[in-house]
Design a protein around this ligand. Structure first.
Ligand SMILES: [Zn+2]
Length: 303
């Protein structure tokens, strides 16, 4: 070791300690969206970190009937799936999904088998989209194990195993859950929401292991609101199969929600799109803007 490096080392050590010590807490981050929702997301992330889990809530998108709600995200960077990511037990270059059959039945009278078939159909539609040619969307069987985690933080479920599949259709939950997540009016306005998690390191900072300048998606959970079609102000808007307004079509909402699972945000209207944030009746096929969005997201996927 030279004299020079001996002199430099303590300086380096000092620099490193300066860089490492004042780590910003995740709660200090700003985010974008509804401040109350963002605060809940940060709280959950603090809990996840104290539990030693390497994932954090990054985005929540609500689809509503009537008044729209802002999308919520913690960082500006955006997030993408990483092919072959061992942390999520990736099925190679495929994206996997699972339908939680235990919460699939609706108060409006649909069986779990009916809602599952409609959600399968929505995912099959994305799978055959021309811009998703490089990725196969593969179904994993529901083993009966709890496959989701977000509901746990609101007291509506256990802390499941988040890596049973990349995308989990977490089923139909009661109005109170949507009030808790969305705040006042949530239970009567939110039809469904998607919550996207990213991977974080031991300090709670997001990772980008493939250097694509996007945060690494860890998992996506989708929750549907069973208040629609239940006694109360939303009795007249029941969930159904291929049902027109004022009913709510499961496949249409499933197509929208899994647009988020596959990396799309909201846009419009205008133009009309599956990814419009306010429900507008049956729409079971992607429109031009939806397809263009998918092309942009998946252009860099390997194969
Ligand atoms: Zn949405």
């Amino acid at each position: 070791m030279s004299k020079l490096s001996l002199k430099v080392l303590p300086v380096l050590a000092l620099l490193v300690s300066c860089i490492v010590l004042p780590l910003p807490k995740a709660t200090a981050q700003q985010g974008e969206g509804d401040p109350a929702v963002l605060a809940r997301m940060q709280q959950i992330n603090d809990s996840l970190r104290s539990m030693g889990l390497n994932v954090a809530v990054e985005e929540i998108h609500f689809i509503t009937i009537g008044q729209g709600r802002p999308s919520n995200r913690i960082h500006q960077s955006g997030l993408r799936w990483v092919a072959n990511d061992p942390r999520r037990l990736a099925d190679g270059e495929n994206i996997t999904y699972l339908v939680d059959q235990s919460d699939g039945a609706t108060t409006s009278g649909l069986s779990s088998a009916q809602t599952e078939a409609a959600l399968d159909s929505a995912l099959a539609t994305w799978d055959t989209d021309k811009c998703l040619k490089k990725v196969d969307i593969v179904k994993r069987a529901d083993s009966g194990a709890d496959p989701d985690i977000f509901d746990f933080f609101f007291g509506f479920g256990g802390l499941g195993n988040p890596f049973l599949a990349d995308v989990v259709e977490a089923g139909w939950l009661p109005k109170a859950y949507f009030d808790a997540v969305g705040g006042p009016g949530g239970g009567n306005g939110i039809l469904a929401f998607s919550v996207s998690f990213i991977f974080v390191d031991g300090s709670g900072n997001p990772t980008d292991i493939n250097g694509d300048n996007y945060l690494d998606t860890a998992l996506n959970e989708v929750y549907y609101n069973d208040n629609f079609g239940s006694p109360g102000p939303r009795l007249g808007n029941p969930w159904g199969i291929n049902i027109g307004l004022p009913g709510i079509d499961v496949e249409t909402v499933g197509l929208h929600e899994n647009g988020h699972s596959l990396g799309l945000g909201h846009f419009g209207p205008p133009p009309n799109a599956v990814m419009n944030p306010i429900y507008a009746g049956i729409r079971q096929a992607p429109l031009a803007t939806d397809a263009a969005g998918m092309c942009a997201v998946w252009a860099s996927w390997p194969k």
